[in-house]
Design a protein around this ligand. Structure first.
Ligand code: AMP
Length: 279
């Protein structure tokens, strides 16, 4: 497995592989890899000749009040995981390699204005910008994203469609711990008590899945889920929302495919999770 820190060496390798007619798959990450990332890498391994994992803690997607320096990092461990899963290269540039006085950004309207975009107004602009840059650097045939970040996945799909990126976006199911907690690099921030408290999120999802049905008012689903989260003293709801699965706009009644998404603070850690419901 090769480790590339520069755009130039990455492009050289990609050019070489493409000349041989090999397909390239990319798994974009911010590192501190867990089994969720692992499932994306495994899927990518199955479907492509060359597997690349990018590890970059992207400054443009974090808000002013989010401390990027504290984001967990462990390159040695990440590197072993990638190598064990059969990745061919890691692209791990530093911030100076990716951004030199940037003036151009990629933004997406409407889709980025609900759910997480409401609480983190500049987040998806940073995501779209860095993903566009990664696509331009790696030129992947396929790129793999988790359904855990369902709004991000919908936004990337729309960006690729609107801007004619020649890449297939592959969505992968959320990987959870046995107790239901969605795997996340941020889970490392949770104390033992907070870990226990965070189970209210998967409990709320389970309950939401039980009550949801065609024709039910969204508010009824939301109220049921809110009651579970609100009964946990360490948890504070940022949002729970029922939105159209494609447009990410709120729906009042379940009459089409929807995404039920939520963000919950457990202590100071903001966790997101969701489920889909198809008519
Ligand atoms: P991150 O490093 O958190 O930016 O995540 C990188 C990619 O891994 C994104 O496409 C995420 O949606 C995906 N991902 C993160 N956690 C999970 C999970 N528990 N299951 C599946 N995919 C995940």
């Amino acid at each position: 497995m090769q480790v590339f820190k520069t755009i130039k060496e990455t492009r050289q390798a990609i050019k070489y592989w493409k000349k041989q007619g090999l397909t390239i798959g990319l798994v974009p990450t911010m590192g501190y890899l867990h089994e969720g990332h692992g499932s994306l890498i495994e899927r990518c391994r199955k479907e492509n000749d060359i597997v690349g994992v990018s590890i970059f803690v992207n400054p443009t997607q974090s808000g002013a009040n989010e401390d990027l320096a504290k984001y967990p990092r462990d390159f040695e461990r990440d590197s072993k995981i990638c190598s064990d899963l059969g990745a061919d290269f890691i692209f791990c540039p530093d911030a100076g390699e990716m951004y030199i006085d940037p003036q151009a950004y990629v933004n997406i309207n409407t889709l980025s204005e609900t759910l997480c975009g409401k609480s983190r107004p500049t987040h998806f602009k940073g995501v779209c910008t860095v993903v566009s840059k990664l696509f331009n650097i790696v030129s992947p045939d396929r790129a793999y994203f988790g359904e855990k970040d369902a709004q991000q996945l919908a936004i990337i799909r729309k960006m690729v469609e609107d801007l004619n990126f020649d890449v297939e976006i592959v969505g992968c199911p959320t990987v959870r711990e046995k107790n239901g907690l969605a795997k996340s690099s941020r889970n490392v921030y949770l104390s033992d008590d907070e870990r226990k408290a965070s189970l209210c999120i998967s409990k709320a999802i389970k309950k939401g899945l039980n009550v949801i049905h065609s024709g039910i008012e969204s508010s009824e689903v939301i109220d049921t889920m809110e009651a579970i989260i609100n009964s946990e003293p360490l948890a504070k709801i940022d949002y729970i929302s029922v939105v159209d699965a494609k447009t990410m706009q709120p729906v009042e009644k379940i009459q089409k495919d929807v995404l039920v998404a939520m963000a919950v603070y457990v202590g100071k850690t903001r966790l997101i999770d969701n489920f889909s419901y198809s008519i």
